[in-house]
Design a binder for this molecule. Sequence first.
Ligand SMILES: NC(=O)C1=CN([C@@H]2O[C@H](COP(=O)(O)OP(=O)(O)OC[C@H]3O[C@@H](n4cnc5c(N)ncnc54)[C@H](O)[C@@H]3O)[C@@H](O)[C@H]2O)C=CC1
Ligand SMILES: O=C([O-])CC(=O)C(=O)O
Length: 336
Amino acid sequence: MFARSAARILAAPSTRFFSASAVNQTKVAVLGAGGGIGQPLSLLLKNDPLVTSLSLYDIRGAPGVAADVSHVDTGSEVKGYAADQLDQALEGVKVVVIPAGVPRKMTRDDLFNTNASIVRDLAAAVGRVSPDAHILVISNPVNSTVPIVAGTLEKAGVFNPRHLFGVTTLDVVRAARFLGEVAGVSPSEARVTVVGGHSGPTIVPLLSQNQHGKSVTGEVYNKLVHRIQYGGDEVVKAKDGAGSATLSMAYAGAKFANALLRGLNGEKGVVTPTFVKSPLFADQGIDFFASNVELGPDGVEKIHPLGELSAEEQKLLEACLPELKKNIEKGKAFVA
Ligand SMILES: NC(=O)C1=CN([C@@H]2O[C@H](COP(=O)(O)OP(=O)(O)OC[C@H]3O[C@@H](n4cnc5c(N)ncnc54)[C@H](O)[C@@H]3O)[C@@H](O)[C@H]2O)C=CC1
Ligand SMILES: O=C([O-])CC(=O)C(=O)O
């Protein structure tokens, strides 16, 4: 099965994204497992053959979610942990996925005050109990929460940049879906590398690098880019006060977790965009950036350059960088 290029497996958005050798199975924790994302994400991880054991934590409701999910007839063990059992939930975990926090009503940055301290406290617990774990941050604003996790772990003297990922997979999933619609092809043929960060102008889809994407021009191009950058708003508006994307995010989170687990298990060529500590724009003071990253046995194996950009993409990148820099600095200042 591994003979097929993993990059191609990732390139094929579909419900069948789990691919496994079941050799090195892994204990995965979900922090925020009782929430809108956490519940379906826990279900999807229960269905991932690379997950041996699932540890579900939330300040409310995780034991109930765990009891429910544990009846699914796949091999993994599932255990739920109550509010005062965070440290127990983290014992022996190799991968920690964090969708804890509040979803937005206005902009993602509005969430900063609430989610910054939630994420900081959870990161501190990971640093204390399972400092080698790979941490996948879903909680918004990702552009700031990832630097918060990094800063917290740095303070604890256990930060490993190869083990920290902001999950930007929903942008990649949306880009494939929306380009597929515009070009009249299957999303599996419409894979788009999305770089930058995860909010409005910091989301930079490199449509020109896809054979269908490069023929989209003019007003259709502008609308497509806008839809990818503001896809979250579509869901927030449609949910009308009931939160933001949860189901598509759970799908994207499970897809990224599976890619990481395949890399950790030694599969070669697993490449997907993710927001990591990155040298690409570090000379401009931007030391976190999403780009294609090869995932390997120790997490980040190789950070790929952006490749060739069209003139439009160059402009999008120019708009992204100052905003992303501000978001990163805000996260850093919070933990300083
Ligand atoms: N990275 C991305 O692409 C996306 C990120 N998000 C973000 O994910 C986050 C979660 O969204 P939803 O699941 O819709 O929210 P939700 O409110 O439905 O669930 C959040 C859960 O976190 C729990 N929680 C709060 N504080 C906690 C703590 N200290 N420890 C453990 N659990 C805690 C809550 O009890 C709740 O069950 C939000 O910040 C949202 O903006 C949402 C969609 C996409
Ligand atoms: O829009 C939001 O707040 C949730 C999110 O990050 C997304 O859907 O991309």
